[in-house]
Design a protein around this ligand. Structure first.
Ligand SMILES: CC(C)(COP(=O)(O)OP(=O)(O)OC[C@H]1O[C@@H](n2cnc3c(N)ncnc32)[C@H](O)[C@@H]1OP(=O)(O)O)[C@@H](O)C(=O)NCCC(=O)NCCS
Length: 174
């Protein structure tokens, strides 16, 4: 079963299961169910009490050059090892993109080293310099300015072209 859950409505038991999945999928993941700060909502795939996959989403307004864009930022997409290769991640990417269109977003954006999955789902790499608020263990520790991490991928939702210019994430990087 796949559900889209507002973060605030996720109870402690599901948080623990999500934490287990995230820590299994991402080596060095902190002992909580989010990396820096919680997403606004998540897609969660469950099978009975087992969480098979999750995808977090941040509703982010960002500035690129002079343009203000409404985006969904995808965070921590992961699938349990024994459930991989069955199209679960692909399904979640399609769901979030469809929902982004229904919500009138301009782009879905994410950061990824490996673009194989995302390239197949309409995401392309962009290389604008980027600024964000640095957070470590619930403390703001500074600003990263005009960095080009070469990891940002964007997928247009409303048909708009990705603008040129510096990106201000107006918050932390995800
Ligand atoms: C990446 C991941 C979510 C894919 O889940 P999945 O349900 O198996 O994905 P799908 O079945 O829809 O698609 C499989 C495709 O994902 C791609 N893929 C595999 N590992 C990947 C990775 N680490 N990052 C990006 N794409 C990846 C491959 O192209 C694969 O296709 P192939 O089997 O033909 O090579 C899963 O492997 C996972 O949880 N990995 C650990 C966490 C992670 O790296 N998440 C991505 C963060 S950007």
């Amino acid at each position: 079963m796949t559900t889209r859950l507002p973060e605030a409505e996720i109870g402690p038991e599901l948080h623990l299961s999500l934490q287990g999945l995230l820590r299994d999928c991402f080596p060095g993941y902190p002992e909580r169910s989010y990396f820096k700060i919680p997403p606004h909502f998540r897609y969660v795939v469950t099978d009975g009490t087992t969480v098979r996959a999750q995808l977090g989403v941040e509703l982010r307004v960002i500035r690129v050059g002079d343009q203000i864009l409404r985006t969904f930022g995808v965070v921590d997409l992961c699938v349990r090892e024994d459930s991989r290769g069955q199209g679960l991640a692909s399904r979640l990417l399609d769901e979030v993109t469809g929902y982004a269109a229904a919500c009138g977003m301009d782009f879905v954006i994410l950061f990824a080293d490996d673009d194989s999955l995302y390239g197949r789902h309409g995401f392309t790499r962009v290389d604008n310099p980027l600024s964000w608020v640095k957070i470590n263990d619930h403390r703001v520790i500074g600003l990263a300015q005009a960095v080009t991490p070469h990891e940002l991928m964007v997928r247009p939702v409303s048909g708009a072209a990705w603008p040129a210019g510096e990106i201000d994430l107006l918050g932390h990087v995800f």
